[in-house]
Design a protein around this ligand. Structure first.
Ligand code: IMP
Ligand code: MG
Length: 171
């Protein structure tokens, strides 16, 4: 399969720089913990945090969604092995992409339940036309059309995550 470039490496880095500035301004003198959603947000996490010049902590969450046999509703199961300690912290939840919105909205609830002082969300990409759960990301890198993308953390069957750019997967 071929990967057709959609967002190049330097555009991503420029955008992360701007997001870093926004996050710095918003979280100055606050106990910031960036909670990254495995595995897709790892590359963005590494590049973003190195552009934020205020103190912060990093934590990880892993969640898997299961679609019931008799229903189309998906259930998100959070892996408790990671159990990020967010009590009293101002959390910024980071994911690779907002698609239907189910993952991020369920994780916001999960982090709130763990005692975070506040929870906001950041995504590298937001796909338009697919959202079913109403959630507005507080920080968004790029809005993209309804196409399947890979690279810069995003995978297709666990491949392509290492690409330094975001591209569209073509048969
Ligand atoms: P949501 O819960 O539907 O918003 O799904 C978000 C998750 O679906 C992301 O964390 C990705 O793992 C995955 N996903 C959604 N769209 C794409 C895509 O275009 N490429 C790769 N993964 C995607
Ligand atoms: Mg993912």
């Amino acid at each position: 399969m071929a990967v057709e470039p959609l967002i190049d490496e330097s555009s991503i880095q420029h955008r992360l720089e701007a997001m870093g500035r926004e996050i710095e301004d918003d979280y100055r003198d606050k106990p910031l913990t960036i909670v990254a959603v495995l595995t897709g947000s790892l590359i963005a996490l590494a590049d973003l945090v190195r552009r934020i010049r205020i103190p912060l902590r990093i934590a990880l969450v892993q969640a898997s969604s299961y679609r019931g046999k008799t229903t189309t509703a998906t259930t998100l199961v959070v892996n408790e092995a990671f159990a990020p300690d967010v009590a009293g912290r101002d959390v910024l939840l980071l994911d690779d992409i907002l698609d239907t919105g189910q993952t991020l909205s369920a994780l916001v609830q999960h982090i709130e339940d763990r005692g975070a002082a506040s929870v906001r969300t950041a995504v590298l990409l937001r796909k338009i036309g697919r959202q079913i759960v109403p959630i507005e990301p507080d920080y968004c890198g790029f809005v993209i059309p309804d196409v399947f993308v890979v690279g810069y953390g995003l995978d297709y069957n666990d491949d392509y995550r290492h690409l330094p750019f975001v591209g569209v997967l073509r048969e």
